[in-house]
Design a protein around this ligand. Structure first.
Ligand code: NAD
Length: 359
């Protein structure tokens, strides 16, 4: 039986396919943009300049210093670049770091954003902006930061190295996993979440085996879009809280942290959410969804232990303390000893197990 629910459709135009980057000039015109500032990271500057040339007259300039976690000092430099070229629109080309900068600029200036994602992080589908000031990350949620138009071009993801595709893809799966058991989940989001997980779980091993597999790259980007919608539409829980805490406290890489923590967070929550667990199991083709995600990460040659990405062992207790402060909703009660055991397993790379509190 379908119970009662609220579903909010976020306003965003999506153009998906191969070669869709060529639609960028037309999409800018649709937005009424006359002078566009292109944003990239230093690593993607050349790609940004090529895009600028393809945009023609509306190309007003490029800012190529987008940085992970959206430091406000970088945003201020980008604001100055906007002013210098009198930009009335932002075109962000890149992963979550570049999208984040575009959102920070839109928040401060109200300009429209054309977002062209090249990873699977999903930020382009969310009204969420995380910014860092003096090392502290704060998050705001407002439709003012939601990009007006998103172009997904599968061709741009072909250069995403398989290792990055693997962890970025599992980062996306994490959004859908938590959406399936979100307090405010709904039947439409559950459809998108299950399909997003299925598309990525099928595509990622194929990409790692054959990085130029266009069909797999297309499936992965499609799955990432669906998972991004999940993140933008319903609330997250333990997994995202843990990754936020661990990433911020120990300066751990975003997608790798998600990849390592997800099987453990799901093992913790699965006993409390049997229907979500069975949908995830079905989507990844494994009877035990947490173990299935752990095995998927292993098949993708991803790192399985937080100690291998820079977390010190003495940080386990601190992380457990932080994870149980500031109460937040989770389908399974948050219990410190069980959370500490979860973090310890993720730190050492052990296989996920359900917590004793589930009994
Ligand atoms: P990223 O944007 O930092 O990209 C990682 C690196 O890969 C960069 O050097 C980038 O230039 C490069 N890269 C990106 N696409 C490439 C491609 N196709 N080919 C070759 N290189 C490529 O990493 P990310 O994981 O996409 O984003 C992480 C950031 O996004 C974090 O700061 C995270 O907090 C944020 N995020 C925010 C939200 C949100 O809703 N606000 C959602 C997800 C992630």
């Amino acid at each position: 039986m379908i119970g009662s629910f609220t579903f909010e459709n976020l306003p965003c135009r999506v153009v998906f396919g191969s070669g869709t980057l060529s639609a960028a000039p037309e999409e800018l015109q649709r937005l009424g943009a006359k002078r566009a500032l292109v944003l990239t990271t230093p690593q993607q500057e050349a790609q940004g300049r090529d895009l600028g040339s393809a945009l023609g007259p509306p190309f007003a300039g490029i800012f190529s210093n987008a940085t992970m976690h959206t430091p406000v000092e970088v945003t201020e430099l980008a604001l100055a670049a906007m002013k210098d070229c009198d930009a009335d629109c932002i075109v962000s080309l890149g992963g979550g770091s570049t999208t984040g900068l575009g959102k920070a600029l839109a928040l401060r200036t109200g300009v429209n954003q054309l977002c062209i994602p090249t990873t699977y992080a999903g930020s382009e589908m969310t009204p969420i902006l995380g910014e860092t000031r003096d090392g502290l990350k704060t998050t705001v949620r407002t439709n003012d930061v939601l990009p007006e138009t998103v172009i997904y071009d599968v061709d741009l993801t072909l250069s995403l190295p398989p290792a990055l595709a693997a962890t970025s893809g599992i980062n996306a799966i994490a959004h859908a996993v938590e959406a399936l058991y979100a307090r405010d989940t709904n039947p439409v989001i559950s459809l998108m979440a299950e399909e997003g997980i299925r598309a990525l779980a099928r595509a990622l091993p194929a990409i790692v085996a054959k990085p130029d597999d266009r069909e797999a790259r297309s499936d992965a980007l499609y799955g990432a879009w669906l998972c991004g919608v999940c993140l933008g539409t319903v609330g997250m829980a333990l997994h995202h809280k843990l990754c936020h805490t661990l990433g911020g406290t120990f300066d751990l890489p975003h997608a790798e942290t998600h990849t390592i923590v997800l099987p453990h967070a799901l093992a913790y929550n699965a006993p409390a959410v049997p229907e979500a667990a069975s949908r995830i199991a079905r989507a990844i083709g494994s009877p035990d969804p947490a173990r299935g995600l752990y095995d998927l990460a292993r098949r993708l040659n991803a790192k399985l232990a937080l100690r291998d990405i820079g977390m010190p062992e003495i940080g386990i207790d601190r992380a457990a303390d932080l994870a149980v402060t500031n109460a937040y909703w989770n389908p399974q009660p948050i219990e410190r000893n069980a959370i500490r055991a979860l973090i310890e397993r993720a730190w050492s790379g052990a296989a996920p197990v359900a917590p004793p509190v589930a009994a």
